[in-house]
Design a binder for this molecule. Structure first.
Ligand code: C5P
Length: 412
């Protein structure tokens, strides 16, 4: 089993709606569900009524650890097919029968499964299963052609013994083959394969004696979410992060470079920057550090206060902005309390950013420590205001924005 899990590493964290139609091959969907779950996917199963006569929904709710839906309404309650459609990263219909293919090709939504299909914005993959002659029937071929034109991907049926006793084409692809297809599908849908991304995250700590330092409230959540979102799209990420109290990503494409001070962050970034295609400056770098630090703990000597002399830290984004090549893309952050947009645009120019992500401390649910943020994405000639969202969602939006506005353009 563990070899399947390794085979399908591109399924980690993917949200999959598995639609099961009424074919004897529905029993194979139980193993398929297990393989998907073991590969780290989150699975919701919906079944046609006829599928439930072959295999019990209980089998799938147990395997997927989610409720299984069949009807558009049950117990006088509406089942929200729209929410399912929007939730999914992928809809997989396996087995897909001639009957359901025909409904899908014609926009008929008389059950939960076909209603989810019509509500979805994500890719749809079908793995048909039917008898030899049904598979070759002109109406099936017509429906499949229509579905392909509608953007639906098909996993080829396999040849062999069929439930009817005949032998030929029409068998549902073996679950392991479906898993490999999905793994490849997710791998090739990654938009940032081959891109190297440098990300700064978290606070820096500026020490003044062995037990004390100056720092700030940055949690590192935004930078870590960005690292995960870039890696998710196939990029290789170099995450230079200050001391954070949250779990660091454990992802094969994210290299971690822990630092403490702004100077250490500067040196590490200067070393990594020339190899990067994209640099994202999300760290809350301390603007100042102590002019001199004490090797011994500073003792309280008398009733008087003490003064600490601060000197400026390097501005990492500004310095690297001066070395930026025309091929490199720089993304920065601005946290402003007044004249927000004007200040952010000013920073965009001064630090040579291609995009600046503005968050305002005036917005509820935005800023340090919290899981949500309300930001605007600002370029030289465009301001896009996003609603309050989780930092994970914002990170995904920033990655999509960078892909559409910079990478696609540069490649054209
Ligand atoms: O000037 P300000 O600190 O508001 O600029 C914020 C942007 O500059 C952020 O992207 C931050 O990561 C970056 N920055 C930096 N080095 C500093 C200060 C800020 O990289 N010393």
């Amino acid at each position: 089993m563990s070899s399947e899990a390794i085979l399908a590493k591109n399924l980690i964290g993917k949200k999959i709606v598995l639609g099961i139609c009424g074919s004897i091959a529905a029993y194979k969907s139980a193993l398929l569900t297990r393989l998907l779950i073991r590969s780290g996917a989150e699975v919701r199963v919906c079944m046609t009524k006829s599928a439930t006569t072959f295999v019990s929904p209980l089998t799938f709710s147990t395997l997927s650890k989610n409720k299984v839906l069949t009807d558009l309404a049950a117990n006088q309650e509406w089942n929200d097919h729209v929410e399912w459609g929007l939730w999914a990263d992928l809809i997989l219909i396996a087995p897909a029968t001639a009957n359901s293919l025909s409904k899908m090709a014609n926009g008929i939504t008389d059950n939960f499964l076909t209603a989810v299909y019509l509500s979805a914005r994500c890719p749809v993959i079908i793995a048909p299963a039917m008898d030899l002659d049904m598979w070759k029937h002109p109406s099936t071929l017509r429906n499949l052609k229509q579905l392909r034109e509608d953007g639906v991907h098909t996993i080829n049926v396999e040849k062999g013994e069929l439930a009817s006793g005949l032998s030929g084409e029409g068998r549902l692809a073996e679950p392991i083959n479906i898993l490999v297809y999905l793994d490849n599908f997710f791998y090739h849908s990654k938009k940032l394969l081959g891109q190297k991304v440098l990300i700064t995250a978290g606070p820096t700590q500026e020490k003044f004696d062995p037990v004390r330092y100056i720092s700030n409230h940055s949690s590192g959540k935004m930078g870590i979410a960005l690292a995960e979102a870039f890696a998710e799209q196939g990029a290789e990420v170099m995450l230079v992060h200050g001391p954070v109290n949250i779990e660091l990503p454990d992802h094969p494409s994210i290299l971690l470079f822990p630092i403490k001070t702004a100077e250490e962050m500067m040196n590490k970034c200067a070393e990594l920057h020339p190899t990067s295609n994209i640099a994202v400056f999300s760290a809350a770098v301390s603007d100042y550090r102590l002019k001199s630090t004490s090797e011994k703990k500073i003792k309280k000597t008398g009733p008087e206060g003490i003064s600490l002399e601060l000197i400026q830290n390097p501005d990492i984004a500004a310095r690297l902005g001066r070395n930026k090549t025309p091929e490199q893309i720089h993304i920065g952050f601005a946290l402003e309390t007044d004249d927000e947009e004007a200040n952010a645009i000013d920073k965009l120019k001064k630090k040579n950013f291609d995009l600046i992500v503005l968050n305002s401390l005036n917005d509820k649910g935005a800023g340090f420590g919290v899981d949500t943020n309300k930001v605007s994405l600002i370029t030289q000639n465009n301001v896009q205001k996003l609603e309050l969202k989780s930092k994970v969602e914002i990170a995904k939006d920033i990655v999509s924005f960078a892909f559409q506005h910079f990478i696609v353009k540069k490649n054209n």
